[in-house]
Write a protein of this length. Sequence first.
Lengths: 286, 162
Amino acid sequence: MMEELEYIRPGSLEDALTFLEANGGETKILAGGTDVMVDLRAGQIRKRYLLDVSRLEELKGIALCDEGLCVGAGVTISEIDSSGVLSRYAPTLQKCARTFASPQIRNVATIGGNVAHCSPCGDTIPPLVIHGARAVLLSRKGRRDVPVEAIASGPYACSLPSEELIVKFVLKPEPELTFADFIKIGRRKALAIARISLAAMARQAEDGMIDYLRVSLGSCTPTPWRVEEVENFLIGRKPTGKLLWEAGKILAEKTIAITGRRPSAVYKEPAVQGLLVKMLLPLASK
Amino acid sequence: MNQKTVPVRFTLNGESRAVDVPAGMTVVKLLRDVLKLKGTKVGCGIGECGACTILVDGKAVNSCLMPAAQLDERDVRTIEGMASEDSLHPIQEAFLENHSVQCGFCTPGLIMSTKALLDENPDPSFEDISRAISGNLCRCTGYRHVFDSIKDAAQRKAGRER
């Protein structure tokens, strides 16, 4: 008999976890639907159930908590865009929300969905990576925390077991930054799938010395990536334009080392280097 | 794949509706093919053009990306719910009088995005407008007339509310 697609909306987190324990392997989790519905229409989803978690209160909310800065997996990109807490403690995450897709998509798309979809181009991922974010996963067996970098095993390949649900992300709050930015290069301003995205945050001493720096490059490699080589190169130094070009070169070389020299390297190598310089140039003027 | 149906109750342009929808059906398919409201358009079908924009609980969304099952208990407004019996909505008037309509395919979506913007921000700046309609493609007007219309609509609304 042909199986029928079914839509399930659990009334509570408990109900959702119980359902996943029994049917996880046959279930596609649905939140905003902005990726799932496209894949469903293209015939790329062959599951029996759509489990709609978009109304679970337990997945909502942005707040400082005992563990750090907690962002619910069901928080929409619009909610990130307008969050006062994030503008103070995770400004790059907020900045990526401002240019995320379009207003219509931001109103329903969730951060949990953006991460779980495991697109190398997910805009929220570089900001999460620089904040050392971990995803809190729940199942009937209990809780498990996984670094955001470890969720994708490859492009669009999610490594999480099917009985687990991402309920929130815990970020390291960074209130004392002197610099934070997110930039993406796309084919148009709105609705661009990032070709290259970059998130960075820094703290600079009075004399211009960088004493804290976090950098993550998005879209260029199969899975998320914090670029510690660039951080280590710049930390403890007073950046000049020349030094930033060198840092950009390191970033470009490390990127090519991961991806291999593909045809797009002719464009990506100078673009990645230039993007880092463009972003960090305000640090050199100090 | 066959699909089980889901009972959905929602408010559509002020009227209660109860329908059974297939599990994977999109809102725009429900609106156009089942409820026969053809004002909402399908351009790309993947959330890139905004022709299918409607309001759900006052927020602009792409109806081509939303499962109809998610409308349960929601308040939905489409282009058909803009005009009253005897007059157009001020946003519609502004779009007509400022020549924002050429082929007209993007117009319903642009009007719904404008409604979401003006409900939240009655006096939008150029940047506010630019951001609010960034998810709506128009290939005829070059947007100049659209910006003029939205500015004009804001003034008309302010005038009427006085």
